[in-house]
Write a protein that binds this ligand. Structure first.
Ligand code: GSH
Length: 213
């Protein structure tokens, strides 16, 4: 199996963590959506990361990839069986993908990508506005944490939300434990999972290579 992408992307990390949570192995092939090579482009028609290959089968989009993994390797489950629980796992995945990520992306762009990778100046006002925009979804998630995970059993929802928080961490942004104590404790538990730790090791190796060692 191959995953195409770069692990700064929370969508890419979601897939890498899902693979490791399932005890599988996949090669993470560094792929740049702005400079797509042929192999990556064949798996991702719109050049978005992540994309995925398993033999002759290719698919793009983190949710589609996790859907494939879940169907092919059902255990351990990342989507619970009960209809309500499954819907809520997908809901938290969507909160991560469609609410948290767009709210936080100006922070990543202006405090990390522009100054550290593109060599251009970041717009700090946009980053500060994004910090403000994050407060509503983070407060929602703070109230949502129930028991050990976001909703009953550990699921793709936990992976997706934690993946966004880790991406924001690259910018120096930190989850404020005094404002979000439940969510901070939950994030600590996610980070202790073997699947997460294995994915972090892959991520570190890719970053080290990309940053020149
Ligand atoms: N819904 C997609 C979103 C993927 C996505 O937007 N990835 C970004 C990187 S975080 C990307 O490839 N951007 C480049 C582009 O849109 O051209 C998924 O879940 O995989």
């Amino acid at each position: 199996m191959k995953i195409y992408g770069f692990p700064l992307s929370p969508f890419v990390r979601k897939v890498v963590v899902a693979v490791k949570e399932k005890g599988l192995d996949a090669e993470l092939v560094p792929s740049n959506p702005m400079q797509p090579d042929e192999e990556f482009a064949a798996a991702s028609p719109f050049h978005k990361i992540p994309a995925f290959r398993d033999g002759d089968f290719t698919i793009a989009d983190s949710t589609a990839i996790v859907t494939y993994l879940e169907a092919k390797y059902p255990e351990p489950a990342l989507l619970p069986a009960a209809p309500e629980a499954r819907a809520r796992a997908v809901w938290f995945e969507e909160v991560a993908d469609t609410v948290l990520t767009p709210a936080g992306s100006p922070i990543v762009l202006n405090r990390f990508l522009r100054p550290k990778l593109f060599g251009t100046e970041g717009d700090e006002a946009a980053a500060l506005a994004a910090e403000e925009a994050l407060t509503k979804p983070l407060a929602y998630l703070e109230d949502a944490v129930s028991g050990e995970w976001l909703d009953g059993a550990f699921s793709v929802g936990d992976i997706a939300v934690a993946s966004v928080i880790r991406t924001l961490g690259y910018t120096g942004w930190e989850l404020d434990a005094s404002a979000y104590p439940q969510l901070s404790a939950w994030f600590g538990r996610v980070q202790q999972r073997e699947g997460w730790k294995a994915a972090v090791e892959i991520e570190k190796a890719i970053f080290a290579a990309a940053m020149g060692g």
